[in-house]
Ligand binder design. Sequence first.
Ligand SMILES: NC(=O)c1ccc[n+]([C@@H]2O[C@H](COP(=O)([O-])OP(=O)(O)OC[C@H]3O[C@@H](n4cnc5c(N)ncnc54)[C@H](O)[C@@H]3O)[C@@H](O)[C@H]2O)c1
Length: 420
Amino acid sequence: MVGLGMIFEETYRPFFEQAHARGVYDPAFGLLQVPLLAVASRTGSRAEAYRKDAGSKIAPFVSFSGPDAIGRLLESEVDFVCVASPDDRHFEAAIRSLKAGKHVLIEKPSVLTLGELDSLDKASLEHGVLAKVVYHKLLDPDHKKLRTLVADGELQHVNTGYCTLLEPKSISGGQFAEWITGRNPGTYVAVHYIKLIDFTFGGRLKSVSCTGQRGIVGTADGPTWDSTQLRLVYGYADGREAAFDIHTSWVTPDNFPGYVDQEVQFRFDNGVWNAHSRKRGIECTVEGRTPFTRKININNHYNGSFLEPWGERSQRGYGIEVLERFVREVAHVEHGGPPAERPGRLHTARQLAYNDISADRQTVAAVQAMEAILSRHAAGSPNCVVEVDHALGGLVLLTPGSSQPEVLYSGKVCAEQGAR
Ligand SMILES: NC(=O)c1ccc[n+]([C@@H]2O[C@H](COP(=O)([O-])OP(=O)(O)OC[C@H]3O[C@@H](n4cnc5c(N)ncnc54)[C@H](O)[C@@H]3O)[C@@H](O)[C@H]2O)c1
């Protein structure tokens, strides 16, 4: 495990503790133990706090910290590495792990440039291991239903969409304060919706534009963004287009009732899909607690702690399920049949577009474009547009008033066209 922050606490920790208690079983590979063998973090203090807090819920593990924590972690006998460090530090941990022959699971967004994505994809092929990304929203039952209706042709041809995701101020002002300079909430959370749109509706990303606001997290003319508004235009095999607007912020007041407020609308030729996190069903008030230590609108589907009807305490949800899926994919590759057939099993696991790095191209293209547009904006050139698979290159940045296009990525972004 690389990085032991919020997402480790919320999802990896319950997964590893459940695996410690019960293992992971499938008729194809039998009962497997999945011990957390080693962790790497910046200072090691959270690892020690976790060790103390978890007690017998987890087997003994080794903790590495400091400048070469990852290098030392990779010398231990780990089979796979989960990367949950801040997003601009994913690449180094992931590439080193792949080159050491370890399967890799990376938190979203996988990496920030297509060049890095190409390197990860190449290393995973060369070393015969999986490189996968966590986009847990694809496992949300509501999003599975949306995709099912689209796949079955009940909802026909998406035309437009808007999505918003608002994080509380405590994220930008507290939890992420150490690494927030120069960052934006779009890369952190719009990416959930970029992937949802890309995976659910298929098509080819054609252009990216973005603007945003500053002045709360950092200065009004600095490189750190309070909120962003991203627009993606997609083209489909029938020649039609759709536009998607994704608005995000990490400066919403902490007393806002929603826990990470989220709303989407997708409009189709023959229908409309509306979803709202505060209308999903629960509104709970507890005097003196909500909305500070407990949120008013609780997402019990993502990751909830429950007293099960049979008396057991559990923590479950799609945020944890997505990690178990990855472990099952690794287990199938390594233990799901005769060693001679491993290449076939590896190939099958690599075909899963929901999490394979090779299927993350358009999502990373959108992130790279958004970051470049925001950085030009901070440098005094707002309203740039990035065209995808332009005559001059895969990602080409066009600046208003300038006749000089800038090639951000020269390779082709999208090899094939059409819905997945
Ligand atoms: N799937 C989701 O919904 C979701 C939610 C939150 C975060 N995330 C992702 O998880 C990642 C981590 O986010 P977080 O909220 O846990 O962050 P965090 O700031 O709470 O924790 C980051 C952790 O990384 C460690 N770290 C920092 N630099 C490191 C390095 N060079 N090597 C090893 N460890 C290092 C820190 O010590 C800390 O333990 C980010 O990519 C983020 O986008 C995903």
